[in-house]
Design a protein around this ligand. Structure first.
Ligand code: GTP
Ligand code: MG
Length: 149
């Protein structure tokens, strides 16, 4: 089954949006398989965002992600990667549609409250980066027949 790495960034934690954001993925019908509050070391932030290394905002991005605890999550489900990106909305919150997390809850690209993997391969890569094996939990969701035919 497809998996994605979702992370509530330090601004989302500081602003008390953790419950609100988790609720949106739960209510959609995805399955939570990993969850922790975590102070991210600089090296991990750099590895996670290594594709953006050459961007002028990279140092600011690393400062932002390491500025306080983040909430790390693994979510599983049919089409979860693309669907989570839709729930999250556009990178720039001013361009994000109302009804999306960024569209409803944020105003600036540099404070856009949440991360979501951009491909199934990156979903796997990022879950491997942020979680140790024993921290993930495979479980049978009793509601599954009511979500997937
Ligand atoms: P993520 O889910 O966090 O990966 O966001 P994204 O996939 O919508 O955007 P992208 O991967 O291109 O950029 C990663 C993150 O870098 C963004 O979510 C922003 O937090 C930050 N970022 C991207 N572009 C800019 C920018 O122009 N200025 C600043 N300050 N931050 C940026
Ligand atoms: Mg991205």
């Amino acid at each position: 089954v497809e998996q994605t790495y979702i992370m509530i960034k330090p601004d989302g934690v500081q602003r008390g949006l953790v419950g609100e954001i988790i609720s949106r993925f739960e209510r959609k019908g995805f399955k939570l398989t990993g969850l922790k509050l975590f102070q991210c070391p600089k090296e991990l932030a750099e590895e996670h965002y290594k594709d953006l290394q050459s961007k002028p905002f990279f140092p600011k991005l690393i400062d932002y992600i390491t500025s306080g605890p983040v909430v790390c999550m693994a979510w599983e489900g049919v089409g979860v990667v693309a669907s989570a990106r839709k729930l999250i909305g556009a990178t720039n919150p001013l361009n994000a549609e109302p009804g999306t997390i960024r569209g409803d809850l944020a105003v600036q690209t540099g404070r856009n409250v949440v991360h979501g993997s951009d491909s199934p391969d990156n979903g796997k890569r990022e879950i491997g980066l942020w979680f140790k094996e024993g921290e993930l939990c495979a479980w049978a969701a009793a509601l599954e027949p009511w979500l997937v035919e």
